[in-house]
Design a protein around this ligand. Structure first.
Ligand SMILES: [Zn+2]
Length: 312
């Protein structure tokens, strides 16, 4: 079976694996994301070497490499222009991997990779246009139009997490203020919890920890409820705006914030059904992400063009 090497470069962790043409994922390696570029690249090299060290029976060696990554990736797929949560701004990462491992390498934005994976294999497969929103460390988005991720004029479309929710509001990891991600991104939620709720029950605040704290009857519970209220308001407004702007056939919701806060997707869907116009909501399907991180790997594999012919 043909394979490609695929990666998911996230703000918290990175994942590397072989993806087969039947969408199977093999020899997965995880590496925590670090802020130092040299250390990041050493971790990447070690993980890819480990993935390639032994080929499972029946799999051919990879023909290419594809990486879904946070941040803005130019249309040539060679580097990351700007990624607030990765130490790779401007670095020619595709050339780095091609040189070290002898594989033609493509990068694409992780929201776009996720959407492509969900479109090929997920719960809303084939629904076009397909809008995917991932509430993870940051807010990822991907829009599939005519079977392909929509990129915009300079391949920079879709950074809806960095549009403005509250002018002049909370500081965003991108350096701006009042952006949606500063309220409903996972990093923003947990950093705010660390600043406002005191010590966590576990080693660090997680979204699930904030949700659990919101059940408390003391001042910490009240402060946790305020954080979640702000996050839910931002997430619901973001999806409402996106649906009104784009009129998708289906919306896929996923990411670590939804995983740690299972009530959030339900609230988002109810909000959209109440606030969007009838033509927008009439045939609109909401589905959970099937692939999670695997969807990014599938989309990154699709971007190489080495496994599956483009649809649409
Ligand atoms: Zn921002």
């Amino acid at each position: 079976m043909r394979t490609v090497l695929a990666g998911d470069l996230g703000g918290t962790k990175c994942r590397y694996a072989l993806v087969g043409e039947d969408f199977s994922v093999h020899r997965v390696q995880h590496v925590a994301t670090v802020r130092d570029r040299d250390e990041f690249l050493r971790g990447l090299d070690r993980a890819i070497t480990a993935v390639l060290a032994e080929l499972p029976p029946g799999l051919e060696p990879p023909r290419a490499a594809g990486f879904g990554t946070a941040g803005v990736v130019p249309a040539d797929g060679a580097s990351i222009l700007q990624a607030p949560n990765l130490p790779l701004d401007g670095y020619p990462l595709a050339g780095h991997v091609a040189q070290r491992f002898g594989l033609p390498t493509t990068l694409l934005n992780d929201g776009r990779a996720s959407a492509w994976g969900e479109f090929l294999r997920g719960n809303a497969a084939g629904r076009d246009p397909l809008l995917c929103l991932f509430f993870g460390t940051g807010v990822g988005i991907g829009l599939i139009v005519h079977g392909r991720p929509y990129g915009g004029g300079a391949n920079a479309a879709g950074e809806i997490g960095h549009t403005t929710f509250a002018p002049g509001g909370r500081a965003c990891p991108c350096g701006g203020r009042g952006h949606f991600e500063a309220y409903c991104g996972g990093r923003a939620i947990t950093e705010r919890a660390a600043a406002e709720l005191g010590r966590p029950d576990g080693p660090v605040w997680t979204v699930g920890g904030v949700v659990a704290a919101a059940d408390r009857t003391d001042p910490v519970g009240a402060a946790a409820r305020t954080i979640l209220h702000d996050a839910a308001t931002a997430a619901c407004t973001l999806v409402e705006n996106a649906c009104t702007l784009l009129n998708p056939a289906a919306v896929v919701l996923g990411g670590g914030v939804c995983a740690g806060w299972p009530a959030l997707p339900t609230r988002i869907e109810a909000h959209v059904r109440q606030h969007c116009s009838e033509p927008i909501r009439r045939d609109l399907a909401f589905v959970p992400s099937l692939g999670g991180s695997d969807a990014i790997l599938w989309g990154a594999a699709a971007a190489t063009g080495a496994l599956w012919p483009a649809r649409g």
